[in-house]
Design a protein around this ligand. Sequence first.
Ligand code: UDP
Length: 330
Amino acid sequence: MNVLVVGGAGYIGSHCVRQLIAAGHRPVVLDNLVFGHRAAVDSEVPFYSVNLGNESEVGKILRKEKIDIVMHFAAYAFVGESVTDPLKYYFNNVAATLHLLRCMIGSGVKKFVFSSTCATYGIPDKMPLVESMPQAPINPYGQTKLDMENALKSFASAYGLSFAAFRYFNAAGAAEDGRIGEQHNPETHLIPLVIDVAMGKRENVQVFGTDYPTPDGTCLRDYVHVDDLSRAHIAVFDKLQTPGAALFYNLGTGTPTSVLEVIHAVEKVTGKKVAYVTSPRRAGDPPALYADSTKAKTELGWEPKYTTIEPIVATAWKWHSEHPTGFKKN
Ligand code: UDP
């Protein structure tokens, strides 16, 4: 398949590009490089730096590259920022995505893989989460993703678009060969921050809340390896052959891991002590979020290779320790 990977220079997108190549597909990357890293994509992969609002340019790329499927990873994903600047999130995560979809439908490209999120569930009353549970996001980021899920349903029935929306839990880790990894600016994610402390780049990490109703008082999350996520995106291709397919899948390991357990895993993997300070709860953080991914397992034959935190952290550590300045050359 010829696959347009929108946001293919970002964290999850760039890993997906490499998994596509490994599975025998031909990825083409479209990324405006606002957050993506050009160096995260090998030079032999066709690369276009274009904004999604430029429909005529995107249409040309769809035709020239004979695109069969579009994967869309280009979204803003800072929860706090989405609260203070929701316009930015609606413009990028909704409006820009609508430009892309209008262009696809106009060009007759009707297979779409969409990055959604467990943030669409809000604060659930039951765990683990299954796809049919109520969705009530508590921040604009989650709301923009839910809005797009709903738009996609309408497009499937009106235009015969086939799509899969994957609700990610906490994407983590890096390519096993250490070639690419996670680098956000600013970095807000727990694992890279804890690794920074182990590397001596930060003095300590803040633990946001130690009074949650969880075994050690810190938040529980479901960390899922970025290559496992990517493999699910490819496993769904067969199902997208059915016109109008509207598919939703949780992607997580189902293993809840606390903030303190992440810190201890980094200490174990790196052999370094990690200093942390306890801080108040971060606004908008549910106490626990973990997935029931039975649907992806039974329908797609998806089986995450990584199911526990330490080996995931080990891949992240390989990337960070071998690239102390990230994608920037020393
Ligand atoms: N977290 C923390 N300190 C930090 C960053 C994150 O304690 O400096 C916690 C956060 O409250 C959450 C978990 O780590 O419970 C994962 O947060 P992250 O931002 O990595 O991902 P999110 O769950 O927000 O998507």
